[in-house]
Design a protein. Sequence first.
Length: 468
Amino acid sequence: MTLTPDVCIVGAGSAGLVVAAGAAQLGLDVVLIERAEMGGDCLNFGCVPSKALIAAARMAQAQRSGAGFGIAAMEPVVDFARVMDHVAETIAAIAPNDSVERFEKLGVRVLKEEARFVGRNELQAGLHRIQSRRIVLATGSRPAVPPIPGLAEAPYLTNETVFANRTLPSHLVVIGGGPIGLELAQAHRRLGSRVTVLEAATFLVKDDPELSAIVVQHLRDEGVELIAGAKIARVDGTTATLDGGERLNASHLLVATGRTPTVDGLDLDKAGIAHASRGITVDASLRTSNRGVWAIGDCNGLYAFTHMAGYEASLFIRSALFRAPAKLDHSLVPWTTYTDPELAQVGLSEHAARQQHGKDIKVLRWPFADNDRARTERVRDGLVKAITDRRGRILGAAIVGPNAGELIQPWCLAISRRLKISALASFVPPYPTLGEASKRAAGSYFTETLFGPRTRKLVRFLARLPVW
């Protein structure tokens, strides 16, 4: 059977579903092809299950942490199988939003098949031949597995399998010290596992080192063993041997060493689509080398974040369906690591800002130790850090502390609207809130000007004048 939709989408993860829903609600004929689970990695193996597990671990840690508030500390009794039931129930509660039934009600034709190109604008999916002037590739990514001798034969876990594990690891060894590795390491430690994290380079290498050091220290304080610069010589079963000969005998081995774009089986060359190991090549409007094909989400290798997949999907709708100018703005990209404390970033880091602007920047900081709400909750560490140019334009911001992913959002808005630091310095936040720290950090931009010698001299002069 040959289908000729207005839009054909390959992949029903975050990016593909946004395009499918938007195009269908605009009255277009839409075909959506998905070979695995609706909802993709985010719903089934990523954001949703990991945050459900982190929430359960936070409840366990709260039972250990009450002494400072006058609440007797106690070691929690953890039913790990029930914890994983909670994870599964969370997925099941959200799944209807991403289901075949919902999208068919929107008018989308869903094909549960594997797709491959048979021509420049033609796909084969099972018994269906799809010809479309607009094809969107949203095939996502999968866990990257490093070429460690013996690892391929080992019974290792990844984010795609760890949430099906119903036995609490007695010793979890995590290979990879990025956001996924550290989030799952802390969660398992709080639920009662011994946890060791092996990182070949530096922990949270893409984040501001001043802030990431606070996260690393918190994990160490909670008993997570963190080994930076670890070189793994080989893996035998669930035993990892380091270059120096040290052997780590794990009950479970978790690989969290990044993501690889999923493009296998698509036969991209038959459609004239350029691609490399890092993903499908796209221009600023997310178009591939085949002008009738777009690649959005993880498969283009730009940003492996669910919110960026949704953003890129909106760019496709604006440019390809409304024919309005729409290009990817890299300055808008935020991300959050959901450890405790959380670590959030948007825009340029201090290092990147110095590379681009030299000495012509200003670094602003405000510690949570000086925030009244933080004091009431016994938060001693963490800070808001912002970077501006010499004219006060906000270049970037980073926050480490409670709910950093929520607190970074005014900074996201400010950067997206090209606001100056005065906008965040002049708003009135409710008291007492953690959000006041952002206002205080922004306000510190003006401290030298407002309270410098010239201003003091002017105010003294004005004070001598008659009241008017």
